[in-house]
Design a protein around this ligand. Structure first.
Ligand SMILES: Cc1cc2nc3c(=O)[nH]c(=O)nc-3n(C[C@H](O)[C@H](O)[C@H](O)COP(=O)(O)O)c2cc1C
Length: 388
């Protein structure tokens, strides 16, 4: 019987327990600079007893940032700040992972001063436009992933989590809707998965066995014509056969088309509309409810879907989505997942795991109001603040 608070191997590294802090964009890197505030955010989670914290979203290329307030990992100028971050988390007793990716069509081209890219170009429900990535773009981005992987090792990270989900660039390649390319990167499932698999292989080549490598992948993106389990399970099997990954983190939903599917709970439509610049704000009035419907929250809301992956794969899997209460952690591990990842529950109470361990708490106080989602522009936080 696997228990939550015992050490566990993740590829070449060992975590002191089986709980990972899921990436929640911190909003603490103005113009992409690592700040003490970003360090403090992760130290609080590390001191709260996590096995490994995840630094959310480090971009490999300027146009692959979600916006300009996102750290560019391929830029060696950021190494010193990232080294301070990893050292501080290590001192606080936890491992630290870097979520690495290219935002593709999710990138804010206006803020980035660079056009957003996607496999075949397109327009999102909120009117964000992306251009089709050329083969030169893709070669350049592959090299940027390599450089970023080297920098992650040099910065002292214990793990890289490649972002293969949520409609970001690599995830879009898997999608039959977003990827209509007619070259070697488009067509059947094998061809659509070719570019992301090349990236995974390249990153593993760069890091070797020095640190762990995981990937966060969308089981379905809940968009008409998009990724479904019939696509994502065989894709995961290809990734397993390739043998470069130490674990898959199972997510679902699309930041671009259906963000609430990822989170569940109350949709903060009014608060979100306030963050948009004028043309988008107007568009949001029309499509707001369709773009951000309420999906009722329940504990372990991805468990059924993820269990289909568990049956189809042998490699280690990380269960994510609605892991808040102590019993849900045990349920996930009992269902055969090697690790669980927690996002909002730890935003609300960074010290929650210590209280689960000493028996003074069994349940999270997070209400899933999801106002934390909107706080990413001003320093991500729980707006109800229970403990910190
Ligand atoms: C404020 C906030 C920011 C997030 N930012 C990211 C991100 O940068 N990258 C990512 O892959 N997921 C991001 N997520 C999604 C979480 O990693 C996680 O998949 C989701 O919150 C479900 O887990 P939970 O129920 O434990 O919160 C974010 C979630 C929240 C609440």
């Amino acid at each position: 019987m696997v228990t939550a608070f015992e050490p566990a191997k993740l590829g070449p590294i060992e975590l002191k327990n089986r709980i990972i802090k899921a990436a929640t964009f911190e909003g603490r890197a103005p113009k992409g600079a690592v700040t003490q505030d970003l360090i403090d955010f992760h130290v609080a989670v590390a001191e709260g007893g996590i096995g490994m914290t995840t630094v959310a979203y480090l971009a490999v290329a300027p146009e692959g940032r979600t916006d300009r307030n996102c750290v560019l990992l391929s830029d060696t100028a950021n190494l010193e700040g990232l080294q301070r971050l990893t050292a501080s988390v290590h001192d606080a007793g936890a491992k630290i992972s870097a979520q690495v990716g290219h935002s593709g069509p999710v990138g804010n081209s206006r803020s980035n001063h660079a056009p957003s890219l996607s496999p075949s170009g397109g327009r999102s429900p909120l009117g964000m436009v992306s251009q089709p990535a050329t083969n030169e773009d893709l070669d350049r981005i592959l090299l940027a992933f390599r450089q970023s992987a080297r920098n992650a090792v040099e910065a002292g990270f214990d793990c890289i989590e490649l972002h293969l989900g949520h409609g970001y660039l690599l995830s879009s390649f898997f999608s039959p809707k977003a990827n209509t390319r007619t070259d070697h990167y488009g067509g059947n499932l094998e061809k659509r998965s070719l570019y992301p698999r090349k990236v995974v292989e390249a990153v593993r080549e760069e890091i070797g066995d020095r640190i762990a490598l995981t990937a966060k992948i969308s089981m379905r993106d809940a968009t008409k014509g998009g990724i479904e389990l019939e696509h994502s399970i065989p894709t995961a099997q290809l990734l397993e056969q390739d043998g470069h990954l130490d674990a898959l983190v199972l997510t679902a939903g699309s930041s671009l088309n259906n963000p609430m599917y990822l989170f569940r709970g109350k949709a903060p439509r009014k608060e979100f509309a306030e963050t948009l610049p004028q043309p988008l704000k107007l568009g949001f009035k029309v499509v707001g409810r369709r773009f951000m419907p309420d999906y009722p929250y329940e504990e372990a809301y991805f468990l059924d879907m993820a269990s289909e992956f568990r049956s189809a794969l042998k490699m280690p899997l990380v269960l994510l989505g609605g892991i808040s209460n102590a019993a849900t952690i045990e349920q996930g591990l009992g269902a055969g997942f090697e690790f669980v990842a927690m996002g909002r529950a730890l935003l609300a109470e960074p010290d929650l795991l210590l209280r689960y361990q000493d028996g003074t708490a069994r349940e999270s106080q997070c209400s899933h109001c999801n106002r934390c989602m909107v706080s990413i522009y001003t320093g991500t936080r729980c707006t109800e603040s229970f403990s910190a």
